[in-house]
Design a protein around this ligand. Sequence first.
Ligand code: FES
Ligand SMILES: [Fe+2]
Length: 360
Amino acid sequence: MSFTESADLRTSDTNRPVMNGVDALPPFPEGWYFVASRESILREKLIEKTWLGVEIVAWCDKVGSICVADAVCPHLGSHLGPAVGGQVCNGRLVCPLHGFEFDATGQCVATPNAPAPRAAKLKVYETREILGMIFAWFGSDGRPSQWDLPTEPTTSTEWSELRFHTLRFRGHPQETTENGVDFGHLAYVHGYDNVQPVGSVAIDGAYLKSCFDFKSVRRVAGLWDIESDISTVTHVYGLGYSLVEFHEKTIGMDARLWVFATPVDGELIEMTLVSQVREIRKPRRFISGLGFVPMKLRHRLMNLIILRNEKKFVLQDVVIWERKQYRPIPRLCRADGPIGKYRRYCRQFYPDLPRSLRPQ
Ligand code: FES
Ligand SMILES: [Fe+2]
């Protein structure tokens, strides 16, 4: 993971569109949400961010355990983030106000002048790690995790390193994840040809799987007209985590695109795109220029191109998401994808709401 770009697409406060109003979705559905990559936590030593309406910090101790915790000191309430003066020393988070030290379980283990009070413990979040990407569980009313993220996908030297791009815009993770089953917009917004759903959407608890094929012709990097014949499988684990597996049939290229939608403050979401591509050993005619590129660079280059393309597609959606209003009773047509099925799947992520008030 060598590369992180980010872009803030917020409109300024004066022209930010008004929120949804009475039909608004509850802003923080339960689930696993992306926090940061291990690499960025190690690089920055201590990270602070607003995540699902709470101020959190994340750091790594000396044996590699990552802690994600509320950024509030249980002693007298100082913020623990680096902007206030919080720091990590010898793997412990040190509060800027009186120097209490916390280990990666959140327990206060030392203070400068007295034994550590046993009751001084940070509120910590359950975490999971997939290929160096760190997620934490956000439970309704703080309840523990109700389901799990998938096991790590197999990877090998054939797969490129992960490439990250982060966007921030006004939106909701249910609305953005709906894209994966909104087959109607794929041709209309993104210009995909011949979109063909494969089988029906499968749901198993918090897991949803959706498959479709499509064709596209597009100019890549201003150089190659790529005719693609692509199969996709989308794996959704709650509203914060989606993995789209692409298989390009004519050149035998496999790529993965993760899409993490993480609510920030009830209005903005942070969307992190992560891509990875498998080496193409024998590129065919239309990308023959790649044949001269050393193998190692080749899949890095393809990964860069794929992430650029995906970023372009997501930006086509962002323009719409930013001004979109949630319609609890959408007036669907026959050509729409399984929007209704998806919406029923989503209800489980709002366990606090009485059944009658859960999103339709
Ligand atoms: S407020 Fe954190 S050590 Fe006192
Ligand atoms: Fe889209």
